[in-house]
Ligand binder design. Structure first.
Ligand code: IMP
Ligand code: MG
Length: 173
C-alpha cells in the first residue's frame, strides 16, 4: 500500500486560494471565462471560483480535457485536447485553471487551444508549480504553492485515478 504524507492541509489550502483570488481580482478584468483543466483541477477550481465571486468577479466556466499521464508517473511528452472543447471563448478574457505545472507541456497546449479558438487574452493559474521539472518555457501567471520534485495527490489530484477525494494535498511514496 502506498502511503500519503500530508503536505498542505485543508486550512492552508483554503487561505492560499482566498489570497490567490484577491491577486487575480487585482490584475485581471472583472469578467472572465474560467477554463478548468480536467480532471485534476476540479476541486481547486470549485473553491477558486467561489473565492473569485467573493472578490467581485463575474465568471463563465468551461472545461478542457487534455490527454496526459495515463497510469504512470511519467508524462508521454505529447499533450493534446480530448473530448469537447470550451465553447464561448472567442473575444473573451480567459483564465486557465490547472492543478500542477510540471514539464509545462499541458499549460502550453491549453494556451494554444484557447488562442486558436479566438480568446482575447489567456492567463494561467495553477495550484502547484514544480519549476525544477520544466521542459518547455512557460511561467504560470498565478501560483498557489511552489514545490520541489515530489509526486503529490489529493484535492483533485490523482495517482492512477486514486486519492482525488482527499481534502488535503500529500506526497505519495
Ligand atoms: P505537465 O504537462 O508535465 O506540466 O503536466 C501537468 C499535469 O501532469 C498536471 O496537470 C497533472 O495532471 C499531472 N501531474 C504532474 N505532476 C503530478 C503529480 O505530482 N501528481 C499527480 N499528477 C501530476
Ligand atoms: Mg492535469
Amino acid at each position: 500500500m502506498a502511503t500519503v504524507t500530508k503536505l498542505f492541509d485543508e486550512r492552508r489550502i483554503a487561505q492560499r486560494v482566498e489570497a490567490l483570488a484577491a491577486e487575480i481580482a487585482k490584475s485581471l478584468p472583472r469578467e472572465l471565462v474560467l477554463v478548468v483543466v480536467l480532471k485534476g483541477a476540479l476541486v481547486f477550481a470549485a473553491d477558486l471560483m467561489r473565492a473569485l465571486d467573493r472578490a467581485g468577479l463575474i465568471l463563465r466556466v468551461d472545461f478542457l480535457r487534455l490527454s496526459s499521464y495515463g497510469h504512470a508517473k511519467q508524462s508521454s511528452g505529447v499533450v493534446r485536447p480530448v473530448g469537447p472543447l470550451p465553447e464561448d471563448v472567442a473575444g473573451r478574457d480567459v483564465l486557465v485553471v490547472d492543478d500542477i505545472v510540471d514539464t509545462g507541456r499541458s499549460l502550453v497546449a491549453a494556451r494554444s487551444v484557447l488562442l486558436a479558438r479566438g480568446a482575447a487574452t489567456v492567463s494561467t493559474c495553477v495550484l502547484l508549480d514544480k519549476p525544477s521539472r520544466r521542459e518547455v518555457e512557460v511561467e504560470p501567471d498565478f501560483v498557489g504553492f511552489t514545490i520541489g520534485d515530489v509526486f503529490v495527490v489529493g484535492y483533485g489530484i490523482d495517482f492512477a485515478e486514486q486519492h482525488r477525494h482527499l481534502p488535503y494535498i500529500g506526497t505519495i511514496d
